[in-house]
Structures are given as C-alpha cells and as structure tokens.
Design a binder for this molecule. Sequence first.
Ligand code: PRP
Ligand code: MG
Length: 208
Amino acid sequence: MQPVTIALAKGRPAKQTIKLLQAAGLTFEELDATSRKLVFYNEDRTARVIFLKGMDVPIYVEKGAADIGIVGKDNIIESQAEVYELLDLGIGKCKFSIAAKQGVTLSSDNEITIATKYPIVAKRYFSKRNQSIDVVKLNGSVELAPLIGLADYIVDIVETGNTLRENGLEILEDIETISTKAIVNKASFATRSAEIQSIINRLSTVVG
Ligand code: PRP
Ligand code: MG
C-alpha cells in the first residue's frame, strides 16, 4: 500500500506547519523547512510529507496525488479544488483585503483595474457587488502596482499590515479572514478513512 501522502506548502508557512506536525507526534525523517528535499518519510514508511508551492497543494489533494493537504484558505479558495476541509489549524491567520494608495476611495464604476495574485477571489467579491472589474494577474509584489500606475487597487493578503504601510497603501475593505486548514481528498477519505482520521485526530489535539 502507498504511504499516506501529506502535502505541505513550502516557504514561509512551512516552519509553523512542521512544528504542528511534530507537536502532534507526526515525525518524518530529516523534515526541515530549510531543506531542499521535497519528500520525507516517517520511520515505518506508512506516511510521507511532500513540499509544494501553496497554490499547488489543493490541486494535488483534489487529484488524489496527496491524501491530505495542509494549506492556507487563500489557496483553497483560489484553486477552486473539490476537497473536504476538515480542520482549522489555527495558524497562518491573515485576511484578504482591498487596498489602494492613501486617500483613494473605492469606486463603484465598472472596469476598475485590480492587481492581484488571486483573480478568482477578486472577481467573486466584486461580482457580489454587481461590479465587473479588470484583473491584472501578478505573481508577487502586488503592492507595487498602484504605486507604479499598473492598477488603481489591489486584492492581496494582509497579515501585519507592514507591507501596505511601508508602501503608502491602506485598506479600503476586508474581504475575508484566512487561516491554515487541513484538507482531504474525497476518495481517500472513504477508502483510507482510518489512517486519515488518525492523522486528523492527532492534529486536532494540538490546535488551539
Ligand atoms: C505576502 C502578501 C503581502 C504580505 C502581507 O507577500 O502578498 O504582500 O505578505 O504580509 P504583511 O501584512 O505582514 O506585510 P509575500 O511576502 O509572500 O511576497 P509576494 O507577494 O511577493 O509573493
Ligand atoms: Mg506580497
């Protein structure tokens, strides 16, 4: 039988997630946020952790390449993956917000330009307001866009607010809160329920 595969987002969230796994008694050989390795097995090789880009975690889980994913709600929403969301891990807390240069107010005009890494989130939010928008899809440093004149507004993640402040931007509206979730592949949840439930149960004992 294949080991139960747990997909983690590498980069900034990895450290906290690994700590949580360890606290839950789930240990994997050489698992370390700074490692360049991408696959880590537990001692009896019944489970393994794989390191992916956050945005790819829900995709691996939806397709069944991973049974469990530990990933931010931002990536779950944006990927539109069909997965079960079983547990809030109480880490990675932040929010989606709309921001602009200080003094700019949110226009209700159609075709306002929004720069974002999260086009689905942005479009969904503005369509609820019956407003159509022009999205400029970026892959990072989104806060630059209003400063350089690429877009009037941004939709992005805000954690401490430091990136906005240091670039003279301010929040106009909050869209929704985000935190790290445990997600599960729908078929695995049925066929490997005992193994998966045991991992989820362990994680649930250490979340605040
Ligand atoms: C994220 C996010 C914001 C910032 C929020 O960017 O896109 O820019 O962190 O955190 P703060 O409110 O504490 O400043 P990240 O550093 O991941 O870089 P990227 O957007 O360039 O990918
Ligand atoms: Mg950023």
